[in-house]
Design a binder for this molecule. Structure first.
Ligand code: FEO
Ligand code: CA
Ligand code: CA
Length: 555
């Protein structure tokens, strides 16, 4: 399918980049365009063409290594003060930047997810010793360190800086009351306490942030149902917060929308409850919304919500993918006798959507994580990280082609876009991002317990990394490693600034395997106090510029 110019503009202007610059690839190689875009001089294009894209070798070094032509600065790190009363949370993941206006693309609001905590660092609780007692003060510290941060940042003289004490700077934590965007109360209330497990996310066409609650059951446990359809509460495996605060598991596992201007938030029940990795939106011509989201767990599913009203994330239908037959299956209680037999109502279906999906024939997938819409083709790319019990150690990127390129189609074709493994030089794809030229950037998520271990299938890949797959020129289609993470870390949340000149990136959980605080496995970012700190970095340089103009350079 030819992805039209108008759709390019719609996609990049609304869904991806927050209504700013129109990307250079809209011009193609020969087409004249009346659209105002950034162009480079012929001399600069030649300079960039001569610049060589170099593949980094896998590395075990405890450092953030970048290939030639890239440099980084730290924008925010754990515990940094962001206002008089708030500090930056732990284990930053998804990053999203929305400028205040299109004439000043380098001044705006940064949203950062704080996915989970390592209690050894955050609350001084050694989780490896289950007999150790904990206090409510320790739990409160843990609850403060998840959720998200809103921080105004500004680039001056090439340096991104936090605007100290800007009134927008604030934290959303596991204690922040958040409305449920649904008419029926859930567990007796229409407000949840806090957000947690905030992994990846998205942006709406109306410029709000989406933050996704992934492994929510690690915090307050889960409600499971037996063969007689009777509920039972099971404890959380990791954090045990339910021993201190009895918040219902049903209040977590949702897509949460945050207003950047005032920090108000709402949980979107219509999008279903599962381990949401991300939420990727597309606005149709009639302003209805299509939202894609993956459930990052072995053998779980891929979902798509299609709204029935303009710009609604409440009115509409949730579908789940049958990738074998290429069909989106409706999770619609009212019109499905199978669902009616097991579940009380549509709210029950949405809360227990994993069970509902299996009942109606959804395809089990190998941990669907990040999802992006390819701006050159309109195809949907889904990172499938791995499924080790099934023998899929390295994962792949799944490609979905919606019928006739219509995002609200109910049929599609699925195929593998790129397989992980030694042949392609990457393993365990997680986050995806397209630059202004349509090159695909990808981070890996090999588990810390298996990385760099003898006899592990991950040994050849060494530390987690950032890759780019160029779309033009001699490297088109190759997977090029451009950054290598510090020890035990994962690179997450790649997000381009609207002018394409900066790649924001999270360095998450450096030193995660540390057992003794005095002897951490990582000391990155080497800021003098011997403690590894999850941080957001801003990557800039000639290589970023080259990739963003690659279509012009190679034409
Ligand atoms: Fe939090 Fe699926 O990565
Ligand atoms: Ca992730
Ligand atoms: Ca992951």
């Amino acid at each position: 399918m030819e992805y039209s110019r108008r759709k390019f503009i719609s996609f990049l202007g609304k869904a991806s980049l927050g209504a700013l610059l129109v990307p250079p690839f809209l011009m193609g190689c020969t087409t004249n365009s009346s659209v105002k875009i950034n162009t480079l001089s012929k001399a600069r294009l030649q300079q960039l063409k001569d610049f060589v894209l170099k593949n980094l070798s896998p590395s075990k070094r405890d450092d953030l290594l970048l290939t030639d032509g890239l440099e980084y600065q730290i924008v925010l790190k754990w515990n940094d003060k962001i206002s008089e009363k708030d500090t930056f949370g732990f284990n930053n993941d998804f990053v999203c930047f929305i400028p205040f206006d299109e004439d000043q693309p380098n001044d705006g609001l940064l949203w950062v997810n704080h996915e989970y905590i390592n209690s050894l660092f955050v609350s001084n609780y050694n989780f490896r010793n289950p007999n150790e007692e904990r206090t409510v003060e320790q739990i409160n510290k843990e609850m403060y360190n998840v959720g998200g941060s809103i921080v105004r940042i500004k680039q001056e003289n090439g340096v991104w800086k936090v605007v100290e004490n800007d009134p927008h700077n604030r934290r959303i934590t596991a204690k922040t009351p958040i409305e449920l965007n649904w008419d029926t109360p859930i567990n007796g209330t229409t407000t949840a306490i806090g957000t947690l497990a905030n992994c990846s996310g998205g942006i709406t066409p109306w410029n709000t942030f989406l933050t996704c609650e992934e492994n929510y059951d690690s915090f307050y446990g889960e409600t499971v149902y037996d063969d007689s359809n009777l509920p039972k509460r099971v404890s959380s495996k990791y954090y045990g917060w339910e021993k201190f605060y009895d918040h219902p598991p049903e209040h977590y596992g949702w897509v949460v929308e945050v207003n950047p201007k005032n920090g108000t938030a709402q949980k979107h029940i219509a999008l279903g409850r599962f381990a949401h990795e991300c939420c990727t939106l597309y606005e149709l011509e009639d302003n209805r919304i299509v939202a894609y989201s993956g459930d990052d767990k072995n053998d779980e599913h891929l979902y798509k919500f299609i709204s029935s009203k303009p710009r609604s994330l409440k009115e509409g239908t949730l579908y789940v993918a049958d990738t074998v037959n290429g069909t989106w299956l409706a999770l619609d209680w009212k019109n499905n006798p199978i669902l009616k037999e097991k579940f009380k109502d549509q709210t029950d279906v949405l809360i227990r959507v994993r069970e509902a999906s299996k009942l109606i024939g959804a395809t089990p997938l190998n941990r669907p994580e990040d999802i992006e819409i390819d701006p050159l083709t309109g195809n949907i790319l889904v990172a499938l990280t791995n499924n080790t019990p099934k023998g899929d150690f390295h994962g792949s990127i799944l490609k979905l082609e919606e019928t006739n390129g219509a995002f609200d189609a109910l049929t599609f074709q699925a195929s593998t876009y790129k397989a992980g493994g030694e042949d392609n030089g990457f393993s365990c794809p997680d986050n995806l991002a397209f630059d202004l030229s349509g090159n695909l950037w990808m981070t890996s998520d090999m588990s810390g317990s298996a990385m760099n271990k003898e006899a592990s299938p991950y040994l050849p890949f060494k530390n987690n990394s950032l890759f780019v797959i160029p779309r033009y020129g001699e490297n088109a289609g190759k997977v090029i490693r451009v950054a290598s993470a510090p020890t035990d870390a994962e690179l997450t949340g790649p997000w381009f600034s609207p002018d394409g000149k900066t790649l924001f990136l999270s360095v998450q959980h450096p030193g995660e395997q540390t057992k003794d605080l005095k002897n951490p496995t990582s000391r990155w970012p080497f800021d003098g106090d011997n403690t590894p700190k999850p941080s957001v970095v801003a990557i800039t340089g000639d290589l970023i510029e080259k990739m963003n103009y690659l279509n012009q350079i190679e034409c």
